[in-house]
Design a protein around this ligand. Structure first.
Ligand code: TYM
Length: 332
């Protein structure tokens, strides 16, 4: 079956609703139909300053959340990036294939370095997308399930795969982004013109899955909408309401049209109250399951050890072919 690969950063602790709806939800679905590789990208996490104890705790926490969301280690390969040294090794080869200007055009680097101050931004942050290229190519992934903000990195992956194949002969599968239109970009609840993210200006716009459910309900009820009263999906005129409808629809499996119907003649308050309940029903068991996995770090670590072993088998094979193609003398 076709292969998928994706990754999530452990940095921030709790996943947010954008991570879940934009990516992790698709990961859970794809493990049924695809040969699926999913990882916690701790190498990427150190591209900005981080505390070692926090990183370790957050790596376990991210793993616990992925399991709580429905990843099943029997159905997918779940691992931590640093447990598979081939990621850093292939990244070096890819670094040497990437143009300086090409790397400079990556918009996420521009945003992040602007935030951290360009003097303090690390070279690791600059080459971040190239490590991501290595992540994907190592597994010969056909598709990469991500949110819209990662599209440019998958495009770079395609470019570098084709460049390498052209220069050294067929080696890498050229992957496609797997981005669902409806949930490609979940917006900030306080400012529906920007994507939901940890770096949002106010915490009220960000739904953390591990927040206290009461906080979550409050955030939904105070979501910024517009001064009209009609509940209609219209991203241009009604970005706030459209975002709430998207979230509601995905979490309940109810079509947008059906929701519009259901709320005909009702106010925004009714929609928000119901969505707050839907959200609480979703996050409450999610929090409980996450806590159960965290309470048993030995099981968690053994899942990751098995995952790393399976991942390494694939990654080592690709790296060895790559080393051979570029002309490295085999180590005897
Ligand atoms: P990260 O950790 O920032 O985000 C994890 C996933 O969540 C998606 N996402 C969103 N989707 C919709 N709406 C939003 N508001 C939203 N916010 C985040 C992201 O698109 C992502 O899919 N560079 C990656 C991690 C990575 C990776 C990889 C991904 C490293 N190597 C290889 C795929 C393949 C990142 O920082 O994701």
């Amino acid at each position: 079956s076709p292969r998928v690969l994706s990754g999530i950063q452990p940095t921030a602790g709790s996943f947010h609703l954008g991570n879940y709806l934009g990516a992790v939800r698709q990961w859970v679905a794809l493990q049924e139909s695809h040969d699926a590789f999913y990882m916690v990208v701790d190498l990427h996490a150190i591209t900005v300053p981080q505390d070692p104890a926090d990183l370790r705790a957050n790596t376990r926490l991210a793993t616990a959340q992925l399991l709580a969301a429905g990843l099943d280690p029997e159905r997918c390969t779940l691992f931590v990036q640093s447990h598979v040294p081939e990621h850093a090794q292939l990244a070096w080869v890819m670094n040497c294939l990437t143009g300086f200007g090409e790397a400079s055009r990556m918009t996420q680097f521009k945003d992040k370095s602007a935030r951290h101050g360009s003097d303090r931004a690390s070279v690791g942050l600059f080459t971040y997308p190239i490590l991501q290229v290595a992540d994907i190519l190592l597994y010969q992934a056909n598709e990469v399930p991500v949110g819209e903000d990662q599209r440019q990195h998958v495009e770079l992956t395609r470019d570098l795969a084709e460049r390498f194949n052209g220069r050294f002969g067929q080696t890498f599968t050229v992957p496609k982004p797997y981005i669902l239109k409806e949930t490609a970009k979940i917006f900030d609840l306080q400012d529906p013109s920007i994507k939901m993210s940890k770096s949002a200006s106010t915490p009220k716009g960000l739904i953390n899955l591990l927040d206290d459910p009461k906080t979550t309900a409050k955030k939904v009820k105070s979501a910024v909408t517009d001064t009209d009263t009609v509940i209609r999906y219209d991203t241009a005129e009604k970005p706030g309401i459209s975002n709430l409808l998207t979230i509601y629809s995905t979490l309940t499996g109810t079509g947008i049209a059906e929701l519009e119907q259901k709320y005909t003649g009702k106010g925004y308050g009714a929609l928000k109250t119901d969505l707050a309940e839907v959200m609480v029903d979703f996050v409450t068991p999610f929090r409980e399951r996450t806590q159960q996995y965290l309470d048993d770090p030995e099981t968690l670590d053994s899942i990751l050890a098995k995952g790393a072993e399976k991942a390494r088998a694939v990654a080592a094979e690709t790296l060895s072919q790559t080393y051979d193609k570029v002309g490295f003398l085999p180590a005897k």
